[in-house]
Design a protein around this ligand. Sequence first.
Ligand SMILES: [Zn+2]
Length: 432
Amino acid sequence: MVSLFNSKMEKMPRGKIHELQLKRLKKTVKLVYDNVPFYREKLKKSKVSVDDIKKLDDISKLPFTTKDDLRLNAPFGMMACSLDKCVELHASSGTTGVPVTVCYTPGDIEVWSEVMARCLVMAGLTKKDVFQNPIPYGTFTGAFGFHYGAQKVGALVIPTGMGQSERQVKLMEYYGTTFVSGVASYMLRLSQVAQEMGVDTRKLKVRNGLFGAEMFTKGLKKRIVDAWDMDVHDIYGLTEMCGPGVSTDCDLHDGLHIWEDHFFVECLDPKTMEPVGPEEEGELVLTTLSKEGMPILRYRTKDITKLYDTKVCDCGRTHVKHTPIKGRNDDMIIIRGTNIYPGQIESVVMKYPEVGNNWRMIISTKNDVDVLTIEVESKNQLSQIDSMNLEEKLRNDIKSVLVFKPIVSVLPPGTIPESGLKAKRVIDKRKK
Ligand SMILES: [Zn+2]
């Protein structure tokens, strides 16, 4: 039997979802019109008022919001209520400039906990689980989202925070951790650390995990499943919506359900900003439907995905599914005129059992031509001949994806430096 955290909402008939969405959309438009000067100006300019929202398709009349809009109005210019109504603040990592700051009312925290609880139960969490949360507790949304959601489910949360990999493994052993959150590549890193410590990961009680915050290819998934003898689910979210908790894949592992009672979903052609056809690739554009602190209209996530056309999933949930994020528009790299997502390379690299868990791509220029070097660590120490053979196989296989042949360099295990929470896969040395 499939367990659901909130059966009534998760199985709500499509017609009812649409009714609820329209009601909440109108409320949100009124809220931002009355309280957020940025939206009031935009809506006035395009002569749109709340009364113009009569059906869901009327969302196309509303303005888009970009990350730059949020940054220009940071930290509190996009708030729809005064700060004294808010109880928590989070911010995006801000790797490329001003961070996006979001303040939450108690109601926002409640919704966030609810959607996270739904995601965690979808991934198999129960109140009997011992839930280890190896994510940094701080202004980053990750740790708190998982923490609130897991507590709402009633699991026992161990807030280990990020880092100290040996300690993480020891705590898993000591407390009998059954469920782990975080970032997929870190789970793989922990399996290496455990191996070095002489701990057999397959004998630990860990049986399930929910991972997000980076590209998550099938190859990477399979490696985690094999290393830990566990099931693995994929979670998607972003600070601008709530943090993690926007969508997760059910046990069918065929697409992630988005909670449409809280987020209105559009999939648009990033060039024309018109809707793409059913199951066609486009940019995910999201509108918050229940946010009180910082509601956002038509947020351009830059994430490329497809929405499924199927109405009801075999798991019983009625909320629309999207394919795993192909890559952020921002992650796309152009090398010799070809659009490349790091995930495409990872899919190839991770297929080879001789390849270890760490790899990266380095882009440089030689005589004004882009040069792509892909460094991969071998799983075990290889002879020179075996290294060269593996390099040749990888070169040919990657060429079929990229059109041109990259330089491939197989390195001994442990050569590529470890980098913080998210694996750093791309090093671009070209002059901008
Ligand atoms: Zn499903």
